[in-house]
Write a protein that binds this ligand. Structure first.
Ligand code: SF4
Ligand code: ZN
Ligand code: ZN
Length: 332
């Protein structure tokens, strides 16, 4: 049996691009070191910050919360999590259970936002009423609710679970379709817009997808293995993922090179045009007079629901003692 290159114990994994074997404990440490390094190198968070994690119950956000909770005391930030119950049949019931168990086991306060209760409709219902594909409505709703939670809870950043594989694929796709403005948003962090949008960070920037999965597995963190019934495996991303994996197979370390070089050049890509505005109805960031969340809910449900979402989160934040926020910047 192969031995850990650090301690000589039984190895559980081989890191090809480093040509070394690692045992369980050193593997966990290896992933957490990557997260710590990415946070420091790309200035994602510091002492006294409040970081919000959108916890779906799937493997990526589970690894994200697990690894962030392991490094939070070293860096001195605070964690809060939000889970959006999308109302996608049994899949959402199981996702919610996994998110609850994880947040409880890691001692992270969790705000649950059940869409049916808060806005009166689930994702399948909204998709039907607005005659749009479920994923397009769902992506917009998740972005809106997560940002609303971050603004209400005065978070300093929203942590996203994108790993190095995801970013390599998005980068390639954006390049092939010449959507260079989209590339400008693929870096390790984006900035906040005061009181309208909270900046986003990607602490798993240097972590491979396989590493993310094995980390959660080895730590025994609860996550849902099932995929959403609406997932579309014919997307261009799926094919590009195979290409990136093939390149990694031939030249180990390719994915890491892709994302670290991207981080170096991110400022050279054009930023999205158009002025940044605030939604007339809910006050959060928007590219037009009314944000797409308020517009979609107004059309499909007869009422713009942005203010109701903000109010719900504010109430839950007060109940959990997260609002008003007391900044903890004490040293030691
Ligand atoms: Fe939402 Fe589509 Fe993802 Fe399902 S697959 S959770 S509908 S974005
Ligand atoms: Zn070891
Ligand atoms: Zn709005």
């Amino acid at each position: 049996m192969a031995k850990c290159s650090v301690c000589g114990g039984p190895a559980v994994a081989f890191i090809r691009y480093q040509k070394r074997y690692l045992c369980r404990d050193h593997y966990i440490q290896f992933v957490e070191d990557k997260v710590r390094r990415a946070i420091k190198r790309y200035k994602m968070a510091g002492k006294g910050d409040r970081i919000l994690v959108a916890l779906s119950g799937g493997k990526d956000s589970t690894t994200l919360l697990g690894a962030l909770s392991a490094v939070r005391d070293d860096i001195g930030f605070e964690l809060v999590a939000v889970h959006i119950d999308l109302g996608i049949f049994d899949y959402s019931v199981k996702s919610r259970e996994a998110a609850r168990r994880l947040a409880q086991s890691l001692d992270v306060p969790l705000i649950e936002v059940p869409l049916k209760e808060v806005i009166g409709a689930t994702i399948p219902e909204l998709a039907k009423k607005s005659r749009r594909p479920a994923c397009s409505v769902c992506g917009m709703i998740k972005r809106y609710v997560t940002n609303a939670a971050a603004v209400e809870l005065e978070a300093d950043a929203v942590a996203l679970g994108h790993n190095a594989d995801d970013l390599a694929v998005y980068n390639l796709k954006s390049f092939l379709t010449q959507d260079l403005e989209a590339i400008s948003k693929l870096g390790p962090r984006t900035d906040s817009v005061e009181e309208a949008a909270v900046g986003r960070i990607r602490p798993l920037y240097l972590v491979y997808e396989k590493e993310s999965f094995l980390y959660s597995f080895l730590r025994g963190l609860p996550f849902l293995h099932e995929e959403c019934p609406f997932v579309d495996n014919r997307q261009m991303e799926v094919r590009l993922k195979e290409v990136v994996n093939q390149l990694e197979e031939e030249r180990p370390g390719t994915k890491l090179q892709m994302v670290t070089k991207l981080a170096l050049r991110i400022k050279d890509y054009p930023k999205p045009r158009g002025e940044i505005r605030r939604c007339r109805v809910c006050g959060l960031i928007s590219s037009s007079e009314v944000c797409s969340f308020c517009r979609t809910t107004e059309r499909a449900l007869g009422k713009a629901m942005g203010p109701a979402v903000r109010e719900y989160i504010r109430r839950k934040g007060v109940e959990l003692g997260l609002i008003p926020r007391v900044k903890n910047t004490a040293t030691g």
